[in-house]
Design a protein around this ligand. Structure first.
Ligand SMILES: *[C@@H]1O[C@H](CO)[C@@H](O)[C@H](O)[C@H]1NC(C)=O
Ligand SMILES: *[C@@H]1O[C@H](CO)[C@@H](O)[C@H](O)[C@H]1NC(C)=O
Length: 268
């Protein structure tokens, strides 16, 4: 279980060809199904925070593979208004590692990503993705290296993302590797939408740190047909032997789990 309690840091870098945004007015991006207002954190940097990339994994969707974002729903609920994306959304529930950077309780409704974009990107731009973004803002990266677009992905952690029991091999009960599938779904959203932020969807480099480094290794051998990224960087890779579903039988590893209340997760 230690590997699940580690901060899961997942990073992606997109090498892109940016296009200019209007620097005069408020930083608003139009994705076709919704318009989002970003935060101009530096004169040359805009952060769009908390953009959903999948449906909320709540209720019957807990322990399930992510459901692709229902853009018609987002559009309907916005009622034509620009959606405020200037504040950090809640991060995904994760147990504490004793490190102040990892804050324990979060939200189950957390399948969002943050995008940091140059406010006028005419050159090549890159993109970066990280697992605990409220504590790891990337505005300054853009300010210092205005040839990148950075994306940080929130994905389900700990038991919500990586509960592995023989029971979940039965798709009637749930799906294995939900958190990893969240990452894949986020990469699909990025491929579809990053051009609007100045990114090149065909030049995506994923970068993961610690347990995120392990995720990068896994992406290298998964989903080969989809070609969701073209480069990969694994940093400070956190490698332990991954327990088999049999080693993680319900009642043993998860005997501590005694709540369905997301605001009081008894899951470490
Ligand atoms: C938004 O940008 C301002 C500077 O314009 C900065 O002080 C603030 O921290 C930013 N907000 C977030 C949530 O990063
Ligand atoms: C689990 O939660 C229920 C309801 O809150 C409580 O009655 C019970 O004592 C708890 N069991 C354990 C083992 O903590």
């Amino acid at each position: 279980m230690m590997w699940l309690a580690q901060p899961l840091l997942f990073v992606a870098i997109l090498i892109t060809n940016g296009h200019a945004q209007n620097r005069a007015g408020p930083p608003i991006v139009d994705l076709g199904y919704a318009k989002y207002l970003g935060n101009r954190s530096f004169p040359d940097t805009v952060a769009y925070l908390g953009l959903p990339y999948a449906e909320p994994p709540l209720g019957e969707r807990r322990f399930r593979a992510p459901v692709p974002l229902n853009t018609a729903r987002i559009s309907r609920e916005a009622k034509g208004a620009v959606i405020d994306a200037t504040k950090y959304p809640p991060f995904c529930v994760q147990g504490t590692s004793g490190d102040r950077e990892v804050s324990g309780a979060g939200s189950e409704d957390c399948l969002n990503l943050n995008i940091y974009a140059p406010s006028s990107a005419n050159k090549k731009s890159n993109c970066y993705v990280f697992g605990n973004p409220a504590n790891w803002p990337f505005d300054h990266w853009i300010h210092q290296s205005p040839n990148v677009v950075i994306v940080s992905i929130y994905y389900r952690l700990s038991s919500f993302g990586f509960l592995a029991t023989p029971e979940l091999s039965d798709s009637k009960l749930g799906d294995l590797n939900a958190g990893f599938k969240d990452q894949v779904e986020a990469l699909r959203w990025i491929k579809r939408n990053i051009a609007t932020f100045g990114g090149n969807p065909n030049k995506v480099t994923i970068d993961g740190v610690s347990a995120g480094g392990s995720s990068v290794h896994l992406h290298l051998v998964a989903n080969e047909k989809e070609r969701l990224f073209s480069g990969a960087i694994a940093q400070s890779n956190y490698r332990t032997s991954v327990p088999t579903p049999e080693q993680q039988k319900v009642g043993e590893t998860f005997s501590l789990m005694n709540t369905t209340d997301a605001s009081h997760p008894a899951i470490i």
